[in-house]
Ligand binder design. Structure first.
Ligand SMILES: *Cc1c(COP(=O)(O)O)cnc(C)c1O
Length: 378
């Protein structure tokens, strides 16, 4: 069986976890959490970075820091994970969905402005598959209309847009270190906060609404309840697992890119002959090979291909069902304009196995099977 994903485990995880235990510090903000925060801040040239318990929680923190209130409108694509929307729904926001571009599956920057009303408070972009949205245009629109810009960069750790790390361009950036992502701590994430004046508030929200972070730094002699908050800091054991991976992030990235490029060049002929479509990476975007997907002709063909591969030991999977289609999604949102591509393109998309150290022979088997499928069935 060739798995769709195998969670990364790269070498030093157990040594670091043992060290965390020996440190007698397995709760939050120990040595390893601090080391991960520093790594993210330095590597991505971010104003600040804080590990969280998940990207879902990083998004919730972003929604609290954005001061989203009941009735506020938040613009985002419908082709995304539920957490992108939930974080804002939890604060009472109404979600306004905008169609995606068929080439990148990212929010169509040219449709955002017409979705803005007097109630709009924020734009949330999702960099699908680690490929950046058109941030130059979107940042311009956000500034022009005085809106907050939040990046759901769950899939985009180590991706850039015009030289800038994804997650550091908007007011808030949210990363995921879930086991399905490029770098993992099991469950986990991080938030990047751009405004230095909000960094302390972020620390407080993350530490149950207390100024305990300041207390641990010795800046105050006792800590108290100062604001609303929750528990968004992960165990240092999880951070220890993550640090082992961040330390060799360039190597992991290189390996994934190699696999991605190999899929692309091997399947290019099928694409040129009109059988499938391949992902598009616009100019100025450097991606992190988070995902390799192909697009089949339609939903029916995709279903055939999934079972064809499954019967031959290959796990390939589709992705999001657009949020605006679900009953709950309908009740908390409106779709601005027409759903020209969100549903149609989501039904064609199929993700192929891609993980750190996927073997060449396994990858060749996936490629050969796809070629065979199109020879036999088309
Ligand atoms: C994975 C993912 C999330 C959720 O991340 P968790 O760390 O599992 O909470 C949110 N948004 C997108 C786009 C994702 O891919």
């Amino acid at each position: 069986m060739i798995d769709f994903n195998i969670p990364p485990s790269v070498g030093n995880e157990l040594i670091y976890i043992e060290k965390a235990i020996k440190n007698k510090k397995i709760s939050g903000d120990g040595e390893f959490t601090k080391a991960c925060n520093c790594w993210l801040k330095n590597k991505f040239n971010a104003q600040s970075a804080l590990l969280t318990t998940s990207c879902t929680h990083a998004l919730e923190m972003a929604a609290i820091l954005s001061d989203i209130k009941p009735g506020d409108e938040v613009i985002m694509p419908s082709y995304t994970f539920v957490s992108t929307a939930n974080a804002f729904v939890l604060r009472g926001a109404k979600i306004v969905f905008v169609d995606i571009r068929p080439d990148t599956m990212n929010i169509d920057e040219n449709l955002i402005e017409q979705a803005i009303t007097s109630k709009t408070k924020a734009i949330v972009v999702v960099h699908y598959a680690g490929v950046s949205c058109e941030m130059y245009t979107i940042a311009y629109i956000a500034k022009k209309h005085n809106l907050l810009l939040i990046e759901d960069a769950a899939q985009s750790v180590m991706s850039t847009y015009r030289g800038k790390a994804l997650g550091t361009i908007g007011d808030f950036g949210c990363y995921s270190f879930h086991e399905t992502k490029n770098y993992s701590m099991g469950e986990g994430g991080a938030i990047v906060v751009k405004d230095p004046e909000l960094t302390e508030k972020a620390e407080i929200i993350r530490e149950k609404g207390t100024n305990r972070s300041k207390f641990f730094r010795g800046q105050i002699d006792k800590y108290t309840w100062v604001d609303m908050g929750s528990s968004y800091l992960p165990s240092d054991i999880n951070a220890a697992y993550l640090l082992a991976q961040l330390e060799i992030a360039d190597e992991i990235n290189k390996n994934r890119i190699k696999i991605w490029n190999n899929y692309y060049s091997e399947l290019d002929n099928l694409s040129k002959n009109g059988y499938i479509d391949l992902p598009v990476v616009p100019e100025g975007c450097i991606h992190n090979a988070h995902m390799f997907y192909i697009k089949t002709k339609n939903l029916e063909e995709r279903s055939y291909l999934i079972s064809f591969l499954k019967n031959r030991g290959v796990q390939a999977v589709f992705h999001y069902i657009p949020l605006h289609i679900s009953d709950y999604g309908k009740s908390i949102s409106r779709f601005s304009g027409k759903d020209e591509f969100t549903t149609k393109e989501s039904e064609r998309l199929l993700r192929l196995p891609l993980y750190y150290k996927l073997s060449e022979s396994d990858q060749n088997m996936v490629i050969d099977l796809i070629k065979k499928f199109y020879k036999v069935y088309c």
